[in-house]
Every structure is written in C-alpha cells, then in structure tokens.
Design a binder for this molecule. Structure first.
Ligand SMILES: C[S@@+](CC[C@H](N)C(=O)[O-])C[C@H]1O[C@@H](n2cnc3c(N)ncnc32)[C@H](O)[C@@H]1O
Length: 282
C-alpha cells in the first residue's frame, strides 16, 4: 500500500466511524506512522509503506474506530504553542482552555516576579503555558494524582520551563494555600455525572477523576473559592475555566465567597468559558 492509498483508506475508515474531522485526522495519522512532514507526504505519495508501518496503521485504525482519542494514540498534543505528552490517566489539553491563559497573561501584564498558583494541573498545560509566556513568574502547580503529575513534570522539561514547581496535593485539603499568590488559576473537574452521557465518545477514555465535579459539577469551584481566598495577595485574582452554562453559578459562588470585580469571558466559540474575580481590599 502506498502513502497515498493509505491516506485515502484512513479517511474512508474514519468517516465511516463518524469522526467529524476525518481529513485532518488522516493527515495526522499518516505523519505519525511515516514520520513525514506535510511536504514529504506529497513528495513520497507513491512510496510503499513498510510492513511495520502497515501493521501500526491497522492497530491505530482499530483504536480510533472505537473512538479511542487521537491525542492518546499520537502520544502528544499542541496547546498554546507548546507540545504536551498525553496518555491514559491525564486529561487532554483543550483549545477552550487557551482563553484562561489569555486572561491570566492579560492580568500579569506589567506584573513582574508574580507568584502564580495553578490548581488541578493535570498535564501541566496551564501552569507551563503561563510560565513560558511569563518567564519572570514563579508558578506552583497542584495535582492530586501522581499518574497525571508525571506527565506534567515531563511536559515542563519538553517545554523548557524551569519556573514551575509541582506539588502532589488535594485542593479539598488546601494544598499549597500556605503562601500568597498574585494569581490563582484553575480548570477543575466540572462535569455533573448526569451529563457524562452527552459528552463525545472519546471522553469516556479520559479519567473520571479529571472530569466529574460532584453532583452539580460545582464542588471544586466552591472548595477553591473558600480554601484559597486567603492565599491571594492584595488585589490578587482567582480565575476559573467553567463548563457550558456554569458561568452564572460560578459568578454566584465567587460573590458568596467575598470576591469582587467578578467578570466572565467568552471563548473562540462564543461560550462563556472563564469567570474571574479579585479579593476585596482590606
Ligand atoms: C479538568 S482536569 C484539568 C487538567 C489541566 N489543568 C487542563 O486544563 O487540561 C482536572 C485535574 O484535576 C485533578 N484533580 C482531581 N481532583 C483533585 C483534587 N482533589 N485536588 C487536586 N487535583 C485534583 C485531576 O486529576 C485532573 O488532572
């Protein structure tokens, strides 16, 4: 089978598996199995795949046709200009989350040597993106599960950041809240169990511990607002990523916990994705 034939075959099989972005994914898979760049794929379109590459392709298509995530198959994914290792046990960085990075960087403009805390860090994509863009910042990142934290530590190396400190800890126990931070960010688990059935089939392969946010999906927001308010320095900001239609409820949680200047921001798809507030001046 030639590279061109394989590309067409992948497209056909992915379309049959009802994968929306089957053209984009077919290209990613061809690049992955051949190691070719976009230009090399065209130059080598008539080249035969090796036996190893064909076998690899069969295995990949089997996985993808049951909607095992492409990102886990490829083993890495891009986020905010960086590359992140991902696999079972860690949430795949989402483009939606880039809105939280933009919000954080806007807040940190002109703020040198800021102390930043990222709660529920997972792959480390938020902490590492902020650290890469704001080299003078000192970022602390908290994660409950060692499996996820291993990815985060490796991702910090891949993305050449040495200004992130990773801490294994539980936000419900106030991990790392004994210091003062200028900015606290978090994309916590926020899906209510009742909505798990309506997520895409790929989500079923991601860890539930990274997805489920308690009965109404809001447990982490309540706990973080309460347990970390006193860890913000004067005029410090707490910024959350929120799930669809959670924006007003999270605004209310921040208000109840004594935050002010509470605002919300839409993502590129026009969905309210970030809610933030500052602590009242004493
Ligand atoms: C929605 S994922 C976000 C991962 C990453 N920050 C991102 O934006 O892609 C939530 C993360 O919180 C972690 N987590 C779950 N419960 C936690 C807890 N009690 N304390 C700290 N981290 C927790 C999960 O393991 C998961 O990595």
């Amino acid at each position: 089978m030639t590279v061109f034939e394989a590309y067409n075959d992948i497209k056909r099989q992915l379309e049959a598996a009802k994968i929306e972005d089957f053209v984009f994914e077919a290209k990613q898979i061809i690049k992955h199995i051949t190691g070719f760049s976009n230009a090399e794929i065209i130059m080598n379109a008539g080249k035969e795949l090796t036996e190893f590459q064909e076998n690899n392709l069969i295995a990949i298509l089997k996985q993808r046709s049951i909607r095992y995530p492409l990102q886990y198959i490829l083993g890495e994914w891009g986020f905010y200009g960086g590359t992140y290792k991902v696999g079972p046990g860690v949430l795949i960085p989402r483009a939606d989350t880039e809105t939280l990075i933009d919000t954080a960087l806007e807040f940190l403009k002109g703020c040198e040597k800021a102390n930043v805390l990222d709660l529920c860090t997972g792959s480390g994509c938020i902490a590492i993106s902020i650290a890469r863009e704001k080299k003078s910042a000192k970022v602390t990142a908290v994660e409950k599960y060692e499996e996820a934290l291993r990815y985060a530590r490796e991702n910090a190396k891949i993305n050449e950041t040495d200004n992130v400190e990773f801490i294994l800890g539980d936000i419900f126990e106030g991990a790392a809240n004994d210091k003062k931070y200028d900015l606290i960010v978090s994309n916590p688990p926020y899906i209510p169990p009742s909505e798990m059935g309506i997520t895409s089939p790929e989500v079923a392969f991601e860890p539930e511990t990274a997805l489920l946010g308690g009965e109404d999906g809001l447990d982490f927001y309540r706990a973080i607002a309460e347990n970390y308010k006193q860890a913000l320095s004067e005029n410090g900001m707490l910024a959350f990523e929120v799930g669809i239609n959670e924006d007003e409820k999270v605004k209310e949680i921040l208000k109840t916990s004594g935050f002010e200047n509470i605002q919300k921001i839409k993502d590129a798809a026009g969905i309210y994705r970030v809610v933030f507030g500052t602590v009242k001046k004493v």
